[in-house]
Structures are given as C-alpha cells and as structure tokens.
Design a protein around this ligand. Structure first.
Ligand SMILES: [Mg+2]
Length: 214
C-alpha cells in the first residue's frame, strides 16, 4: 500500500500554500515581497480558522474565502482583483493535481493506494482504496494510529507499505516509527530532523514511480 498526504503533497510539490498564494498575488500585479506578504497571510490563516462552517467549504470556496480575508491585510490589496488571484491559485493547483492523476493511475495498477484526507472536488478519489479522514476516524496526525487505521483495512495488501508526504513531523516521522518506508517531498534546503529517515527524498511527486519500481 502507498499512503499519501494530501495538502502540499498531491496538490503541490512540497510548496506551502503561502508560497503558492504569493506567486498568484504577484501574477495578479501584487508588489510586496514574500516576507511582508507572509505576515498578512498568517493573519488571514488565523481569521480563516475562525470562520464558521470552514470545515464544510470545498476547495475553490476555501481559496475564495482566503483571498477575501487576505487582500484587506495587504497595503496594495485594494487595487487587486480577488478573482484573478483565486483563479490563478486554483488553476495552478489543479494543474499539479492533474499531472499527479497520471502517476496515481499508474501506481493504482500495482498497489493499493490510500490517502489521509482528500478533497473530492479535485477528481482523484477514484484511485484510492482507503481514505483516512481525521474528522471521521477521530484521530489526527501525527498520531500513528491514523496510518495504522488505513493499513489495517480488510482486503488491502499493506506490504510493502509507504508513506508519502511533505511534512516531516506529521507525515514522515510517525510513519517511520511504525516501520513504513517513507518518501519525503520537500525542498533540498529542508534538512531531515532524525538520522536514518526518510527512506527517500523527492523533489517532485512524479519521481515516486521510479522510486517504487527500483
Ligand atoms: Mg501536507
């Protein structure tokens, strides 16, 4: 079985939302540096968490909500089109998911695949035999029982077992502690925080097929 993290892994090659949102903001004519932008972005994150009904928002609605909270917090936000920023972010994310759908299609023929939460709106749910949704299971990462829950699903081949994710602390460390092989999707500037893990590092999720075949 190959288990995937969703956010940052299936929808981006290890790039954080703030980094990708900044790129969309610059593409729409925004002028601020990442440092200044990131302060406003963190504030918008906190405001987003307080928004009622946030857990029921779909992917596009979530992007629109974050854009609406972000722009008033940027000095040049009033002159920018929220629609242009949200469209840019949405289309660049969908392009990555679409590319990864080809990888999932390939792996799906050799492995059972699992995902720790995924958005139905993105159209890749059909590749997964098991979805470990924290909200439904009642366990959140980095609790390794969330991974155990996925691996112990009846009828699924769980050996070999891999965990693929972009967050060292919540994806990689707990999966390695359970004895899973781990693939960490992160920029090279990020250093592993424990010797011996991960099993492999990935620059792009597309490299995963070669790793599993070798
Ligand atoms: Mg992630």
């Amino acid at each position: 079985m190959v288990l995937f993290d969703f956010g940052g892994t299936l929808d981006a090659d290890g790039a954080r939302w703030s980094v990708r949102f900044h790129a969309a903001y610059r593409a729409a004519g925004g002028k601020q540096s990442f440092a200044a932008f990131d302060r406003a972005f963190r504030e918008s994150d906190r405001a987003l968490e307080r928004l009622s009904g946030i857990e029921r928002l779909g992917f596009r609605a979530m992007i629109d909500a974050q854009t609406a909270l972000l722009l008033p917090r940027l000095s040049d936000g009033a002159g920018l089109s929220p629609r242009a920023i949200a469209d840019q972010f949405h289309s660049s994310t969908c392009a990555v998911v679409h590319r990864n759908a080809a990888l999932l299609e390939l792996l799906h023929s050799s492995y059972h695949l699992g995902v720790v939460y995924c958005l139905e709106e993105l159209g890749v749910m059909r590749y997964f035999s098991v979805v470990a949704d924290s909200g439904r299971v009642g366990i959140t990462k980095p609790d390794p029982r969330l991974f155990q829950h996925a691996l112990s699903c009846p009828g699924l081949v769980s050996n070999p077992a891999w965990m693929v994710g972009d967050n060292f602390e919540s994806d990689i460390r707990p999966a390695a502690a359970l004895g899973l092989s781990t693939a960490w999707l992160a920029p090279e500037t990020e250093k592993p925080r424990e010797r011996g893990i991960p099993t492999v590092r990935l620059k792009t999720l597309s490299d995963l097929a070669g790793v599993l075949e070798s």
